[in-house]
Design a protein around this ligand. Structure first.
Ligand SMILES: [Zn+2]
Length: 586
């Protein structure tokens, strides 16, 4: 236990601000990294228990320093993709990453092979060693050059999408900025937004195909070098999945097809009928609430202030943490030109602090993205004193429970963010959007399984694969005159397919678990709601200390791989939606 305590962040000022942390982070070089690992190697050469303990502690510190720097560099680039200095720093990081992975892998191998395995396990914990056993199979110096090229292609994708500019509604916006227009109550505005979006993807379709084609071939080649038949098993190991594989995931997709697809189809049909449209087009899907998707009560500053009230009412632990994030400057949520799209949470493990990045656009997405990323950030914070870097984040399907779980747990107080009058409509919209996400999410996953099973496929064949799967999971999709997605190009807008292979099913698995928390929070009155929140906070605190399904069991959640889990939450959601429709409120 004593060794474990050594792995905690060494210095933790009472409330470090983001600027302090950024100033304290120094860029590593090949030399500094090599020296650090050589010193660890020298300690391990000594072979005694105290030298090994020191080596393990130094290894953890070195990795924390590297990860904090890498997080900062990637964050700065995302904050302004047009900043030449930020881009150069990111290029440097992308070049250095495979070198660092090589050193880390070698040190992990060395510790895994230590003759006092029990001593190593006592210091690091069994789960961390199992993760390392997986990690070391994903790297070999022979693929270092390919990994570097892979990172650069992913950065090129981000940069290309960030370059998009649209003139709409008298403003110039980027892809994220299209959101308010894409869900505008005026149908022709929605159509305009989607037309512009897909014209951009059509104009860059060939380059996007070329980037992906190269990525698929690179990944397949790396897998072959590492002894895998295709990239799929390597992709799963890169995601550090220890307790399930493609067979379980395929069964889950089948459950979504059987249980969720018909329900979503029927909800969309209700909407079409209510709106009096002859057909529900693709550009109608984003307008979930016929009266207009409830927007936040105000812009960035108002929303951030209201969020404090919300967390104050919800839970003192979340309230204190949010105050720390806000006062410390760990939020960058405004949308601006040149900023990369989307939202994410990153972290500086040297200091145990997370950071939230998003693009507020004045739509309900602001509320969703903010509560989502706050969930990730809170988990990272709650885990900050767990021993060892590997416990700070769980694997992603578990991590997305913390984020999606919070999206649901704020429901009772959501009126503070969207106005009390709109609160029931917001909750209903969130529920419908969550159900509607599942078929799309599993489609993105299924597509990637087919892509990597057929690495020789041409870009045209990949578009055909997507179309075939789209017909299975989203048979209602009607692109009308949007040529590019109608020809199978919709997947090109999904960054995970490019930059984070096989990281998408995670959202759908986590949603099934987050919705279980939602059901619990609505059961048993105030005591039930408090118990659901306590279970959530405890789950956050367990971070990545055990594999996915063990985390679920510890929180009393049913694994999504058990059939009853999905059908249970979907049944409850359907009941709530139908009851609300009948009585006119949710
Ligand atoms: Zn997330």
């Amino acid at each position: 236990m004593q060794h474990q305590q050594d792995l905690r962040p060494r210095e933790q000022p009472a409330a470090p601000g983001f600027a302090d942390i950024a100033a304290a982070i120094t860029a590593p070089t090949r030399e500094s990294l090599a020296e650090g690992h050589a010193a660890i190697g020298a300690l391990l050469d000594r072979g005694d228990a105290s030298a090994r303990a020191e080596a393990i502690a130094r290894f953890d510190t070195l990795r924390r320093e590297y990860e904090s720097w890498s997080a900062l560099v990637h964050l700065r680039f995302a904050q302004d993709t047009t900043d030449a200095e930020a881009k150069a720093a990111r290029d440097h990081a992308d070049t250095l990453a495979p070198f660092e992975t090589g050193l880390v892998t070698a040190t992990k191998r060395r510790l895994l092979a230590d003759r006092d395995r029990a001593g190593v396990e006592a210091a690091l914990g069994r789960h961390a060693l199992r993760l390392w056993e997986t990690d070391v199979t994903t790297f070999d110096p022979a693929i270092a050059g390919e990994l570097e090229e892979e990172a650069k292609l992913a950065a090129r994708y981000t940069e290309l999408l960030a370059s998009a500019r649209f003139e709409i509604g008298g403003a110039t916006v980027n892809l994220s900025g299209l959101a308010p227009f894409a869900e505008h109550p005026d149908r022709s505005v929605r159509h305009d937004a989607e037309r512009m979006r897909w014209e951009f993807f059509a104009a860059h379709g060939e380059e996007l195909d070329a980037i992906y084609d190269r990525l698929v071939r690179l990944r397949h080649g790396m897998a072959r070098t590492l002894g895998d038949a295709t990239f799929t098993p390597l992709g799963y190991r890169r995601m550090r999945r220890l307790d399930y594989g493609p067979a379980e995931v395929a069964r889950y997709r089948d459950q979504v097809a059987a249980r969720v697809v018909p329900l979503v189809a029927s909800l969309l049909e209700d909407r079409r009928r209510e709106a009096g449209w002859d057909r529900l087009r693709f550009w109608d899907e984003a307008l979930i609430d016929p009266a207009g998707n409830p927007p936040p009560v105000g812009g960035h500053d108002v929303l951030l202030a209201q969020a404090q009230l919300l967390f104050d009412r919800l839970d003192p632990r979340l309230a204190a943490f949010y105050r720390l994030m806000r006062e410390g400057g760990f939020l960058d949520l405004k949308n601006r030109p040149g900023k990369a799209g989307g939202g994410f949470c990153t972290a500086f493990p040297t200091h145990g602090m997370p950071f939230i990045f998003a693009n507020f656009t004045g739509t309900h997405h602001d509320v969703g993205v903010f509560t989502h990323e706050m969930g990730h950030a809170f988990q990272n914070w709650e885990s900050r004193t767990l021993p060892g870097l590997d416990s700070l984040w769980p694997t992603m399907e578990a991590a997305e429970i913390h984020s999606m779980g919070l999206e649901f747990l704020v429901h009772p107080h959501i009126g503070l963010l969207v106005g009390e009058a709109a609160a029931p409509r917001f909750r209903r919209m969130h529920l419908i959007a969550s159900l509607g996400f599942l078929p799309y999410g599993v489609c993105v996953d299924h597509f990637q399984h087919e892509v990597y099973a057929n690495p020789e496929a041409t870009p045209a064949e990949r578009h055909a694969m997507w179309q075939r799967l789209e017909r299975r999971y989203m048979p209602w999709t009607d692109y009308g005159d949007l040529g590019h997605p109608a020809k199978g190009g919709r997947w090109q807008a999904k960054g995970h397919i490019y930059g984070a292979p096989f990281y998408y099913i995670d959202y759908t698995l986590a949603l099934c678990c987050a919705m279980q928390l939602w059901v619990r929070s609505r059961t048993g009155g105030a005591a039930g709601a408090a118990a659901a929140l306590d279970a959530y906070v405890a789950l956050c605190g367990r971070g990545g200390s055990v594999p996915f399904q063990e985390l679920l069991a510890s929180a009393g959640l049913v694994s999504p791989f058990a059939t009853e889990a999905l059908s249970g939450v979907v049944g409850k959601a359907e009941q709530v939606l139908r009851t609300a429709t009948a009585s006119g409120a949710a």
